[in-house]
Design a protein. Structure first.
Length: 56
């Protein structure tokens, strides 16, 4: 984001490949694991991008 000067369009463009990897990653739902995602990272990333767009 900082490399894109927090511009939502550039941030989305610069991070497109990483975003695809997040969406393909497996959500860990094992309750015994110490690394359970409470909010899935791919969903959280979309929320961050929406906030950037609202605060242009």
């Amino acid at each position: 984001m900082s490399n894109a000067s927090f511009n939502p369009i550039r941030t989305r463009t610069y991070t497109m490949e990483l975003s695809k990897k997040l969406k393909k990653s497996h959500l860990n739902t094992d309750e015994k694991s110490t690394q359970v995602e409470i909010i899935p990272y791919d969903y959280l990333w979309e929320v961050i991008l929406e906030v950037l767009e609202r605060n242009k």
